[in-house]
Write a protein that binds this ligand. Structure first.
Ligand code: ZN
Length: 418
C-alpha cells in the first residue's frame, strides 16, 4: 500500500556526540540500551481504518518517529514497517452501522491518516502493508504454524495453540484471570466452545454470511488480527539469521501489550524458533478532560479536526511531546494553548541573529532523548534557552550561538520544523 511523503532530516554537525539510545522494554520491565547496529528493524502496529487519526494514534506514531529519527541521526539505517488492518470486525461493524461499503470506509480513513502523518512530520514506514494485501503471507504463516503442530480446528476456523510457545505470557506479565478478561475486551473469544485454552487465537475465520472472504486452500475466509502483524513483520523486516531476535523493536500503544503483541510474538517464536523482538516498547494512552479517550465514549479528538480549526500541526506535535510518551496523558485545551505559545516563543528566539550559545542546549536535548525519549526534559531545556535568548540581560559577549544549527537539531530530533 502507498505510504506517505517523507520529510527531510537535517544532519547534525559531527562535533556533537550522539549517545546510544535507551528504551524501556515492557517484556524485561527494564531500561535497555540498544546495541550499536548498522540496521534496526522496527515494526509498529498500524490503525484499523474506521476512524481518522485521533490523538492517541498520533501519540503512538510520534513516539516511534522519535526512535526512528534518533537511530538515523546516529548513522544507522532503520527498516521500518507498519501495517494497516483494513479488514477486521470493527471496520465491518462501523461500515454496516454507517451504511457504507467497508472498502470505501477504509480507503477514506487511510487517506486522512496519511495526511495527518504528513502534517505531523512523522517519517513514513519503508513498507506500509494492508491486511488484505498480506493475505498470501498470512496463509504461508498459518502453514508454518500448522507444520509446527501449533494449530487446530474449531468447527472450520483455525486457531493457534498459544502454549506451543514456551514463553507465552512473558512479555505481558498478566495473571491468567486478567489475561482472559482483557482478551474478551479486546476482540478475543475466550468462551468459544471447542478451544483448548481460552486464550488461543483465531488465525483464519471461515467466511460468515454477508462478510467478505478470500479463497485459499484452507477455505474461503479472512485472517485473524495477530497473525497479520506477525506475518507482515517477518516478511518485510527480513530477520537477520545471525541475531537472537527476529526484529529489534515491536512498538504500539499500551493497549496492544495483551493480547495483540503477546500472541503475535508467540506465533513468530513458534515459526522462527527465536524470540520475536528484542524490545517491546509501548506508548501510553491519551485521555480527555479526566476521561479515557475512546471510540465507545465518543470523545475522540481527531488530528485533522484540530488542524482544520486552525491549529499549527507543529504545536500539536509539541503538545504531545510535552509529556513522556510512556505515561498516560490527559489532553486539555490548555495543553495545546501552552504548546502554541511555546512554539511561538521558540520561533521568535530562533529568529534573532544573535543568540546565547547553542551547543549546550543541543547536547542537552539529544541526551534527554537518548534516555528513553525524555521529551519533557528536552523541551524544558529548549524553553529555558528561549527565555534566555529573549531576555535583555544577556550581554553581547555571550551571544555566540548558532540559531540555524539549533533549529536544524530541533527539526532532526524532535521533528519540529520551525
Ligand atoms: Zn499489530
Amino acid at each position: 500500500m502507498r505510504s506517505w511523503a517523507s520529510t527531510y532530516i537535517p544532519p547534525l554537525d559531527s562535533k556533537f556526540a550522539i549517545p546510544q539510545l535507551h528504551l524501556q522494554n515492557t517484556a524485561s520491565r527494564s531500561l535497555e540500551t540498544l546495541p550499536i547496529q548498522d540496521t534496526y528493524r522496527m515494526y509498529v502496529c498500524g490503525i484499523t481504518p474506521y476512524d481518522a487519526t485521533h490523538l492517541g494514534h498520533a501519540n503512538t506514531y510520534l513516539a516511534f518517529d522519535l526512535v526512528n529519527r534518533f537511530l538515523r541521526a546516529r548513522g544507522s539505517k532503520v527498516s521500518y514497517v507498519q501495517n494497516i488492518t483494513d479488514i477486521d470486525d470493527p471496520l465491518l461493524e462501523r461500515a454496516i452501522r454507517d451504511g457504507v461499503d467497508w472498502k470505501d470506509l477504509a480507503t477514506s480513513q487511510i487517506e486522512l491518516f496519511r495526511g495527518d502523518m504528513v502534517d505531523l512530520h512523522i517519517l513514513p514506514p519503508d513498507h506500509y502493508i494492508g491486511a488484505v494485501e498480506a493475505i498470501p503471507l498470512v496463509l504461508t504463516a498459518i502453514e508454518r504454524l500448522s507444520a509446527a503442530d501449533a494449530t487446530y480446528l474449531v468447527d472450520s476456523d483455525i486457531y493457534f495453540d498459544v502454549h506451543t510457545d514456551k514463553n507465552f505470557g512473558t512479555r505481558s506479565h498478566l495473571s491468567k484471570e486478567k489475561s482472559i478478561e482483557i482478551f474478551a475486551q479486546r476482540g478475543g473469544d475466550p468462551n468459544r466452545e471447542g478451544k483448548r485454552d481460552p486464550l488461543d487465537a483465531l488465525l483464519w475465520m471461515q467466511q460468515r454470511p454477508n462478510e467478505p472472504g478470500w479463497d485459499s486452500d484452507i477455505g474461503k475466509g479472512r485472517p485473524g488480527w495477530h497473525i497479520e502483524c506477525c506475518a507482515i513483520a517477518l516478511h518485510y523486516l527480513d530477520p537477520n539469521p545471525e541475531s537472537s531476535y527476529s526484529i529489534d523493536i515491536q512498538g504500539g500503544g499500551s493497549d496492544l501489550i495483551f493480547p495483540h503483541h503477546e500472541i503475535s510474538a508467540a506465533q513468530s517464536s513458534v515459526m522462527n524458533g527465536k524470540e520475536f523482538s528484542h524490545l517491546y516498547v509501548h506508548a501510553g494512552m491519551i485521555g480527555l478532560n479526566g476521561e479515557k479517550m475512546s471510540k465507545s465514549k465518543g470523545n475522540l479528538i481527531f488530528v485533522s479536526k484540530l488542524i482544520q480549526d486552525g491549529n499549527d500541526p507543529m504545536a500539536i506535535r509539541l503538545a504531545l511531546l510535552s509529556h513522556h510518551y510512556q505515561e498516560d496523558f490527559m489532553w486539555t485545551e490548555d495543553v495545546l494553548i501552552e504548546a502554541t505559545n511555546l512554539l511561538n516563543k521558540i520561533r521568535i528566539a530562533l529568529s534573532r541573529e544573535e543568540v546565547p550559545p547553542t551547543d549546550e542546549v543541543i547536547n542537552a536535548i539529544v541526551k534527554a532523548l537518548s534516555e528513553n525519549l525524555d521529551t519533557p526534559t528536552a523541551i524544558s531545556h529548549l524553553n529555558k534557552w528561549s527565555d534566555l535568548a529573549l531576555s535583555h540581560s544577556q550581554s553581547d559577549a555571550k551571544k555566540m550561538g548558532n540559531p540555524g544549527e539549533l533549529s536544524r537539531a530541533i527539526d532532526s530530533f524532535l521533528g519540529i520544523a520551525l
